[in-house]
Design a protein around this ligand. Structure first.
Ligand code: SAM
Length: 289
């Protein structure tokens, strides 16, 4: 089968789920990975024929995509902050907005670590795939990073990551429910506390695409409409006892409740509480110290 024909068939099967340019991008990514070709091969080599022994696997992949499964779960990875992270249906697929949280955390953490001989300590609450924890561990060499999640299955994914084999600085991952008090074994203070907790209200589910709602874990996404700030109150309690003097917290938030989230941290006596936008100009982070 010609690559061009496979792409045409694929786009026509995916356009009920995705706008055509997005469907095309998904298929280019799939073919690039599975066939080891670049995204313009169908244009530059119009007679490129998909080798027969790849056809059955590609056709299975296309069936999974056409049923709505995200391409990241089909391929088993997502790029995040320039590295490849394993993903499975047990973890949220890392989002580009969260890369901004990491960039700000790396900026602050690098400044702090310049003036210190001992390692800076970082805590990532609701770690999921571990993308935040690993990125900080790798981009602030010598840092001591901890990642916590309630889901054992997510922690298994986080612990199995190998995003930079040449610099294996694994964070310490452990299981805990952040709605409860921090476990007693978590001693000492942290210079940075980061979190991307579940923050989508259940009533927002109806506006979301089925490839998210039917495939990504509810546990990672949703909070009850009646109490959308519950995770931020929990994070402020953890930070109240675990953030060092002069330390900084950064949390990702629901853009609809920016002011309410700011109020949670102000009410917990943090002196500097700042709302930050994402690249769409939406309220997306709260930084506190
Ligand atoms: C939005 S995902 C974030 C994953 C990852 N940090 C990221 O940014 O891609 C939220 C994570 O919070 C975890 N979680 C949900 N409830 C929790 C709880 N009570 N305590 C700890 N983690 C929880 C979920 O298992 C999920 O991995």
């Amino acid at each position: 089968m010609l690559l061009g024909d496979f792409l045409r068939e694929g786009v026509s099967r995916l356009t009920s789920l995705y706008p055509a340019p997005e469907a095309r991008n998904i298929l280019h990514l799939l073919c690039g990975e599975r066939l080891g070709i670049d995204r313009y091969t169908h244009v530059t080599e119009p007679s490129y024929t998909i080798p027969a022994d790849y056809l059955s696997a590609l056709s299975d992949d296309l069936d999974r995509l056409a049923s709505g499964e995200p391409v990241q779960y089909v391929l088993g990875f997502e790029e995040f902050c320039g590295r490849r992270f394993k993903v499975s249906p047990d973890v949220l697929i890392p989002r580009p907005e969260t890369e901004m949280l990491c960039a700000e955390a790396i900026r602050i953490g690098s400044l702090v670590s310049k003036d210190r001989s001992d390692p800076i300590r970082i805590l990532d609450l609701c770690t999921g795939s571990g993308c935040i924890a690993w990125t900080l561990a790798l981009d602030i060499p010598g840092s001591e990073v901890y990642g916590v999640d309630i889901s054992e299955a997510a922690l298994a994914v986080a612990s199995s990551q190998d995003p930079a084999p040449e610099r294996a600085e694994s964070p310490v991952f452990f299981q805990a429910d952040i709605l409860l008090e921090p476990p007693v074994f978590l001693r000492g203070k942290f210079d940075l506390i980061l979190a991307n907790p579940p923050y989508i209200m259940e009533s927002q589910k109806a506006e979301m695409r089925p490839n998210v709602t039917e495939y990504e874990p509810d546990l990672a996404l949703f909070v009850p409409d009646g109490d959308p700030l519950l995770f931020y109150r929990a994070i402020s309690r953890w930070a109240g006892s675990l953030l060092s003097v002069g330390g900084t917290g950064i949390v990702e938030i629901n853009e609809l409740i920016g002011d309410g989230t700011v109020a949670v941290f102000k009410d917990s006596d943090f002196q500097n509480v700042e709302l930050m936008n994402d690249f769409h100009g939406k309220n997306r982070f709260v930084k506190f110290s």
